[in-house]
Each structure stands twice: as structure tokens, then as C-alpha cells.
Design a protein around this ligand. Structure first.
Ligand code: HAM
Length: 546
């Protein structure tokens, strides 16, 4: 394809390719996360990236933005109802064709999956017809084969009649396959719906629900307290902008278990927050702010929602339509309204902190006091509500100034009733998810700095030297030396230029004389110094020369 041409197929809006050297930064972040998880005794869980839609509706909440408008949901396990298509097509065509039910519709043809044989009055031709969910090479091949069988085995019946071939598919699937172009078979897209669905599936918009589903499914309470982490893609159909993607990545952790294992303890909340502060510090991310709130226990929540509804009633008509909708469906989410005109109203609403009952207050106090004890700074934000419905008690977010409008680098909190709402036993839990894309944006580290460069570039010189270079590369790589291989057709100048461009520390020249002598010219690309080094000393020299 010429350079000037726009590529026809591009990554879908809101998704992106991560290319080297940026991927080095991602690996750096993930390696640091794994290190931190190890010292806090967390273990990895990998759950599928799609789940039953019900899981998210029941956990994240039907009324949330995520579930009501941002999920990638489809009907899966669609069953093609071929009989329905067969009947509909037959009915539509009954005046135009004569259905031939008997001979020669026999042994040789039927097993090929040819469902109808008709005689077309207008063209005076016989037609074999297949009904399929979509155009497929198999169906086309079967029709062609049927015709050749008919001609050879039933030549008497067919010798005067042309045989036409027809493949009928639902018109909704006709463009799904590139096999539509065939001169021999007529492809007909027939209108109507011929699929019955069996289950609704959704690409995970977040992973707490999946982890709790796995907890229940595998009876993980037998293990006591589970400290789990995950790294992977999530999917939300949001309006893409800087720091907001439709496929994004999260690094998350969940602590979940039966109450007897200590899962309800405020010490768990504080441990997670301290882990997060440690992780961000390790990455060299400064300037973050931790905001925490308690969104209350279910009883507090009911009383608070009632108070909010009452307070909103006289003013709700002055609010932005989206905020008005929230006021009715889920009053707590009114605090998430960003419309500037609504802020004075929101400012005056009652705060959840005034409604917390004693155990809930005590829990929150204890979280704060451990944070003080370990020296993690935080701000109380009693307007902090999260965009997911499962939270109880502690809720938190870390924000970062460098991120602009999408400034939440991570979020999380406690979800003590989630397991029960999914049909599991009581299993209090607390967790967080870091937006990895945003974390990488906030890193001052440059991708170039963390990408490992080749230690040595091997420059084979002349015919037959690729072989020798490959042998040497194999020896050196066994010593964990990063090797890039040149090509025997390159001139030395080109090899050295390539080596420098790739940031290699050394170039190793492999010519016939060197191979014979068992010693190779090792050129330090930084100083320009060149030495002849015996084969068995090469690895050591590369590793020890600074
Ligand atoms: P969340 O606040 O919806 O919480 O998402 C966590 C983080 O994921 C956000 O703070 C943000 O950094 C990142 N994020 C969300 N949407 C996008 C997007 N479209 N593009 C880029 N980054 C995004 C949860 O997902 C909960 N599961 C957290 C949790 C775990 N609560 C308890 N355990």
C-alpha cells in the first residue's frame, strides 16, 4: 500500500495499540505492581474478560452509567433456526417454483446438506437450495458437488435441464463473510430474523464483580481471607478523550473472605491504602491526593437516601436534566453531577457523614487512625460517591494533577453486601482498581529510559557468517545478554550504524578470519574502543566492561 494512502482498517475509536518503547513502560509498571503485591502477600487471579450481563447489572447496578449506557453487550450462543428460514422462503416462493420432494432428491445429495430441490417455472431449470446462517465456503462447495453428483448419477433426469444453485441466508448476515462472490452459486439474502438467543454476555467493564463471582463459584471462603490481584483490560463505551478509552487496563486487588477471617476489619482497608501509597511512591509518582469517605452501611444509606430525596424535591426542577434523572433513580449519584450551575444546590445537600450509625462511624475512625499511624496522608471528602452501586462504608479515590479532567488515577472501597446480592454467603470485601493507562500518563519516567537496549549487536561480515553469528548469539543469550543480530549482506558501516541506532553498547564483528582465530572484535560503541576477545571470554567481557 502506498504511504500516502490512509489505511482502510484502523484500530476502533477509543482503543489503541501500545507499541515499543511505550510497552516497556507498561511492563515496568506491571512488574513494580507484582513486586508490591508479593510483599503484601497478594496472589493473582485471572477471570474471563466476558461474563453474563446479569452479573454486572446486579453488582455495579442497573442505574449506573456503566450498566445503563457503557457496556459492550451481545446475545451469544445465537441458534440459527434453519427450519424457520426454510419455511419463510418456501412460502414466499410457492407461486414461482415447484417443490420437488422425491427422486432424485436422494442419497447422494441430501447428506451434503442440500435442503430443497425446486423446479423454476420461468427459467425451466432445476435448482438446489441450501439454507444457512451465513454465506460459507462449505455451503458453496456442497452445492457445486451436488450438481456434479446429479449430473453423473442422475443424468437421465437432468440431462435436458439446467441446474442452478442457490444459497439462502438471512439478509442480516449476507455481508458478514467475504465469500459472497461466486459465479456458480446465487446468493440470496432473505429478510427476517432467524436467530434465537440463549444468553446475554458483556465485556467486563470492571473486575470486582468477576472476582466475587469466582469467589462464590469456587467456594473460596474455604481458604479464609483471599488477597487477590489482577491485571487486564476492561471495556466501557465512554466518549474517548485523554485518559479515557473504551478498552483500558486496570491493575486491581480485592480482599474478600468470611467475616471470621477478618475480612470486615478496618485494618484491611488501611492496609490497601498504605499499599497504594507505597506503590505510587515506588514508581516515583508524586503529587497524588488520597480522598476518602464513608458511604455508610445499608441502614444508614436508606435513611440518607430518604433525606436526600426530601432535600432534592423542592430544587430538582432547577437542575440539569441528567442530574434530575439521578435525583430520582439514585440520589447519591447527584454528587457526581459535574454541571457548574448545579453545584450551589449540591453544596447545600445533607452529607452522609451526618447519617452514619455508630459501628459504621467507628469503622471509619479506625481506618483513619491506622492511616495516621502509618503516615499516609489523606483528605476527607464527604461528597465522594463512586460510580458503582456496590460500595458500603469506606470509599476512596486517588487523584493526580497531571491528568486533567480525567484525574482519578484509581478508585475503590468496601463492598460488604456484594457476595450476598450475587447469591453467595456473607463475604465482606474491600478493593481498588488502578487505571493503568492513567498511571502511565502520570509517570515522569520516559519509555526510552526503561526499555532494555541490546547489550550487543552482532555484525556478520560476508557469506556464511549468518550461521556463525547465530551460534555466537545463542551462546551469549544463554548468559542473559540481550543480542541483536545483523545480516551477512550488510556492509560493516551499515551494521555499525544500525547498532548505534538501536542503542547497543557493543558491536561484535564476525568475519571469516575471526571465526578461524576463535577471537572476535568487540567494539565499545560509546568510546569507540575495539578489542579482540577470545570466544570463551566474550560473555564475561560484555557483562563486566562498564
Ligand atoms: P472505577 O472507579 O470505575 O472502579 O475504575 C477504577 C479506575 O479505572 C478509575 O479510577 C480510572 O483510573 C480507571 N478507568 C475507569 N474508566 C476508564 C476509562 N474509560 N479509561 C481509562 N481509565 C479508566 C472500579 O472499576 C472498581 N472495580 C474498583 C474497585 C475494586 N472497587 C472495589 N474493588
Amino acid at each position: 500500500m502506498a504511504n500516502s494512502q490512509e489505511p482502510k482498517i484502523k484500530a476502533v475509536r477509543g482503543t489503541r495499540d501500545l507499541l515499543p518503547p511505550e510497552t516497556a513502560l507498561w511492563n515496568f509498571v506491571e512488574a513494580a505492581a507484582r513486586d508490591v503485591f508479593r510483599v503484601y502477600n497478594f496472589h493473582e487471579i485471572r477471570t474471563p474478560i466476558f461474563e453474563e450481563t446479569q452479573l454486572f447489572a446486579r453488582s455495579v447496578g442497573e442505574e449506573t452509567d456503566i450498566v445503563s449506557k457503557e457496556m459492550y453487550t451481545w446475545e451469544d450462543g445465537e441458534r440459527f433456526e434453519d427450519k424457520k428460514l426454510f419455511d419463510a422462503w418456501s412460502k414466499e416462493n410457492e407461486d414461482r417454483v415447484f417443490f420437488q420432494e422425491g427422486i432424485p432428491f436422494t442419497s447422494g445429495i441430501k447428506p451434503l446438506g442440500i435442503q430443497r430441490q425446486v423446479w423454476r417455472k420461468v427459467t425451466n431449470s432445476v435448482e438446489f437450495v441450501c439454507f444457512r446462517a451465513a454465506v460459507s465456503p462449505e455451503a458453496i462447495a456442497a452445492l457445486i458437488k451436488a450438481r456434479s453428483i446429479a449430473r453423473s448419477q442422475y443424468s437421465q433426469e437432468f440431462h435436458t435441464l439446467p441446474i442452478r444453485l442457490r444459497l439462502v441466508v438471512p439478509d442480516t448476515t449476507i455481508n458478514r463473510s467475504p465469500w459472497v462472490k461466486t459465479a456458480e452459486v446465487e446468493i440470496e439474502g432473505f429478510p427476517g430474523s432467524y436467530f434465537s438467543s440463549s444468553q446475554s454476555l458483556t465485556l467486563r467493564p470492571e473486575n470486582t464483580a468477576g472476582v466475587v463471582r469466582a469467589y462464590i463459584e469456587h467456594k473460596l471462603w474455604d481458604r479464609g481471607l483471599n488477597k487477590l490481584f489482577y491485571i487486564g483490560p476492561m471495556f466501557r463505551r465512554e466518549r474517548p478523550q485523554k485518559g479515557r478509552y473504551r478498552q483500558f487496563y486496570q491493575i486491581g486487588a480485592e480482599v474478600i473472605g468470611p467475616p471470621s477471617a477478618g475480612s470486615e476489619s478496618p485494618a484491611r482497608d488501611a492496609e490497601l491504602l498504605e499499599l497504594l501509597a507505597t506503590f505510587l511512591d515506588r514508581l516515583g509518582i508524586t503529587g497524588w491526593t488520597l480522598q476518602i469517605n464513608s458511604v455508610g452501611c445499608p441502614n444508614d444509606r436508606a435513611r440518607y437516601n430518604e433525606a436526600l430525596r426530601k432535600a432534592l424535591e423542592p430544587v430538582v426542577s432547577q437542575m440539569d436534566p441528567d442530574c434530575q434523572r439521578r435525583a430520582v433513580t439514585n440520589p447519591l449519584r447527584v454528587f457526581d453531577c459535574k454541571v457548574p450551575g448545579d453545584q450551589p444546590i449540591i453544596e447545600k445537600l445533607p452529607r452522609i457523614s451526618e447519617f452514619l450509625d455508630e459501628p459504621c462511624c467507628k469503622h471509619f475512625e479506625e481506618v483513619k487512625s491506622i492511616l495516621h499511624a502509618v503516615g499516609v496522608d489523606f483528605q476527607i471528602n464527604d461528597r465522594l460517591v463512586r460510580g458503582l452501586d456496590y460500595y458500603t462504608r469506606t470509599a476512596f479515590e486517588f487523584t493526580h494533577g497531571a491528568l486533567g479532567a480525567q484525574n482519578a488515577i484509581l478508585g475503590g472501597g468496601r463492598y460488604d453486601g456484594l457476595s450476598e446480592s450475587l447469591g453467595g454467603p456473607a463475604a465482606p470485601g474491600v478493593g481498588f482498581s488502578i487505571g493503568e493507562d492513567r498511571l502511565v500518563l502520570a509517570l515522569k519516567e520516559s519509555a526510552e529510559a526503561v526499555q532494555r537496549k541490546p547489550d550487543v549487536y552482532i555484525a556478520p561480515l560476508g557469506a556464511g557468517m549468518d550461521r556463525e553469528a547465530a551460534r555466537l548469539a545463542r551462546e551469549l543469550r544463554r548468559h542473559d545478554i540481550a543480542v541483536e543480530l545483523g545480516d551477512e549482506n550488510f556492509r560493516l558501516k551499515k551494521s555499525l550504524e544500525t547498532a548505534s541506532k538501536q542503542g547497543a553498547r557493543f558491536a561484535l564483528i564476525v568475519g571469516e578470519n575471526e571465526v578461524k582465530a576463535g577471537a572476535f572484535a568487540l567494539k565499545n560503541l560509546e568510546t569507540g574502543e575495539q578489542k579482540s576477545i577470545a570466544r570463551e571470554m566474550l560473555a564475561q567481557s560484555i557483562q563486566t566492561i562498564p
